[in-house]
Write a protein that binds this ligand. Structure first.
Ligand SMILES: Nc1nc2c(ncn2[C@@H]2O[C@H](COP(=O)(O)OP(=O)(O)OP(=O)(O)O)[C@@H](O)[C@H]2O)c(=O)[nH]1
Ligand SMILES: [Mg+2]
Length: 296
């Protein structure tokens, strides 16, 4: 039984591990992850139920300098996720320096007066002694409620973090029913998984110009799903790269995606993929809306 709940935003620069941390706390992969920056494009809720408390984690795009309308949209998503919540987690790399994105978020928090927890991620990559300088740099910059070093990868520090986050819960109606771990429809998670495999398989320029449209999602029987997906890219040359020699690249992407989608859906999936070009869709509001990047 959930008696208390809290909405907590996870924000920070691209690639610090916001989605990895969200997944680790939820205990299920609900947000895609990649080694490339600007993986997350939309606000994603991840739900954690623990000891009568429901935490709704708000995973956000990495705050960066927008270079197209999609970027503008992503930055707006971050800004809108910083108000009307119970607390903010500022996720940072274990480096002893407050960078521009962090400073921008802190300036905003100073204005809004939202409560904030500093979460230093990736502590598996540094020596413990190195953390002191990181903590000092950030404590100079903002009056955080708490500072918690974690590793989303190894799980270190996550129990401490969970206890701290539960402290922000207030009495209120249960926002998500038991068993529901994200607000994303299944179709959207499937589309995101395809995009994750493209981020994994291809170099920087191509995946960042890719959008996914699900054109068929139908349950043939209890345990078989037919899924048709169109991958949009920005240039004919990118289409060639996505398809690869004799279709090899598209086959690899599709196979990897199908395996993960089957795990997520708990069903056998027949996945068909197509590649199409929509030039400069990242600067076209109508295309963006079609692909699910629209003002909330
Ligand atoms: N070593 C280490 N790597 C991590 C940790 N957490 C995340 N990573 C890696 O950091 C990279 C980025 O992770 P994401 O979770 O996609 O980062 P993000 O902040 O959501 O990125 P954007 O969505 O692009 O803003 C991936 O390669 C992760 O595997 C950690 O605790 N330790
Ligand atoms: Mg992310």
């Amino acid at each position: 039984m959930v008696e208390k709940e809290a909405m907590i935003t996870v924000c920070g620069r691209p690639n610090v591990g916001k989605s990895s941390l969200t997944n680790a706390l939820v205990g299920e992969k609900i947000a895609i992850v990649s080694s490339k920056p600007q993986t997350t494009r939309n606000r994603i809720y991840g739900v954690v139920n623990s000891g009568g408390v429901q935490l709704v984690l708000v995973d956000t795009p990495g705050l960066h300098k927008a270079q197209n309308r999609l970027g503008d949209y992503m930055v707006k998503v971050v800004q809108e996720s910083l108000s009307d919540i119970d607390a903010v987690m500022l996720l940072v790399e274990p480096v002893p320096h407050v960078g521009t994105p962090e400073q921008l978020i802190l300036d905003r928090l100073k204005n809004s007066g939202e409560k904030a927890v500093l979460v230093i991620n990736k502590i598996d990559t540094v020596k413990k002694e190195a953390l002191l300088a990181v903590i000092a740099a950030y404590q100079d910059a903002y009056d955080f409620d708490a500072v918690i070093p974690v590793s989303a990868r190894t799980g270190e520090g996550l129990d401490d973090l969970l206890q701290t986050l539960k402290g922000y819960a207030v009495e209120g109606p249960q926002l998500f029913p038991d068993g529901m771990t994200t607000d994303q429809p299944d179709q959207q998670v499937c589309a995101e998984i395809v995009r994750e495999k493209i981020l994994y398989c291809l170099q920087r320029e191509v995946p960042h110009g890719v959008a996914i449209e699900v054109t068929k999602f139908s349950q043939r029987s209890n345990d078989i799903i037919d899924l048709d997906v169109t991958i949009y890219c920005e240039k004919a040359s990118h289409k060639g790269i996505l398809i690869g020699k004799g279709g090899a690249m598209l086959k690899q992407i599709s196979t990897m995606a199908r395996e993960d989608i089957e795990t997520f859906m708990g069903a056998k999936v027949f996945l068909q993929t197509w590649v199409k070009v929509k030039e400069n869709w990242r600067d076209n509001v109508n295309y963006m809306r079609t692909f699910g990047y629209q003002e909330q």
